[in-house]
Design a protein around this ligand. Structure first.
Ligand SMILES: [Zn+2]
Length: 327
């Protein structure tokens, strides 16, 4: 849950009150505006008497993410009216559609690469970020592939995911190295989001000759599946959104035809059945069976294995798996 800055909410409410007062006295004395003014006054009163953010029905705290978006609400999610619940469901449905529309085309194929991903939110929306970006400038034949995981869950995390999407799409035409891309994304993320929010991610630049430049900002280790051996790529920097002045480095690998880079979020390796995690060992074991498969078959093999492992236990975290194969 996010911490609430009561003072800043109070300032926002006072500002709204002033605007409302002005409109009401100058132009419009409609019952709707008067009622809104009453709601603002009552929220200010609740801040002053210490009952702000407490559900009026069950007296439990109201979800802080919702309060930050709308300080006028007075009940927790469990105690919305039928009408409010329906409105919320419609909002979530819309958010989910918007988020789906931001995903890249799946089963991407170029002369050099074949990329397939599986993107599965735990709820209606996801805090995972998954992208394949082809820079617009024609002389650049490279591809940018990203996978990331925003802290937290639900709507707040999904909004940050869309924010990351916009950040990367605005920067990929600048022909930056991957560490410079991540360094800038980190600064922008720090400046534009709450202190409590951060994201882990890997950004890879794919070149036409099989070379991949990869920066891992505190994310689950990507796996390189070679014909001879496999290995993981450890973090080369901190998650983004923590320190403004973060330094990022990249690693370079070269895939031979048929070799694969496997990217995923912790919804895979940290998936739990009772006390047991799916884990990296299981993934490494699977990797041996992936090398002769297509990117799509490799991802499907993992999903199948995860499904068998969970055998009906609900998945609690967002899940993204992506395979990048050199053709
Ligand atoms: Zn309640």
């Amino acid at each position: 849950m996010i911490n609430i800055d009561y003072n800043s909410i109070r300032m926002q409410l006072l500002d709204r009150k002033e605007r409302l007062d002005r409109v009401i006295s100058d132009i419009d004395k409609s019952p709707h505006l008067l009622q809104l003014l009453h709601q603002v006054d009552s929220a200010l009163e609740r801040i002053d008497n210490g009952t702000f953010g407490i559900c009026e029905v069950c007296h439990d705290p109201i979800e802080s993410e919702r309060l930050i978006v709308d300080p006028l609400i007075r009940v927790c999610l469990d105690h919305l009216s039928k009408h409010q619940q329906r409105a919320l469901e419609q909002d979530l449905d819309m958010a989910s559609k918007i988020q789906r529309a931001l995903l890249p085309n799946n089963n991407f194929v170029s002369n050099e690469w074949e990329i397939y991903f599986h993107y599965e939110p735990a709820g209606m929306v996801s805090g995972d970020y998954c992208d394949i970006i082809k820079p617009n400038n024609q002389q650049d034949d490279n591809l940018i592939v990203t996978i990331g995981d925003v802290s937290g869950k639900g709507v707040a995390a999904s909004m940050l995911m869309t924010h990351m999407h916009a950040l990367f799409h605005s920067m990929t035409d600048l022909e930056l190295s991957v560490n410079e891309l991540v360094r800038r994304a980190n600064r922008l993320f720090c400046e534009s989001t709450a202190f409590t929010h951060y994201a882990t991610l890997t950004v890879s630049k794919l070149y036409p000759n099989g070379k991949i430049e990869i920066c891992n900002a505190g994310h689950c280790f990507p796996m390189v599946l070679g014909h001879e051996t496999s290995h993981s790529i450890e973090a080369t920097g901190m998650p983004i959104g923590i320190f403004n002045e973060g330094e990022y480095f990249s690693k370079e690998i070269t895939l031979l035809p048929g070799e694969m880079l496997l990217l995923y979020t912790d919804g895979l390796n940290e998936a739990r059945k009772d006390e047991e995690e799916f884990g990296i060992d299981r993934l490494t074991e699977l990797a041996r069976r992936m090398i002769n498969k297509s990117a799509k078959e490799a991802v499907e093999l993992i999903i199948e294995s995860l499904k068998n492992f969970l055998s009906g236990t609900a998945k609690l975290d967002d899940l993204t798996i992506m395979a990048v194969k050199r053709r």
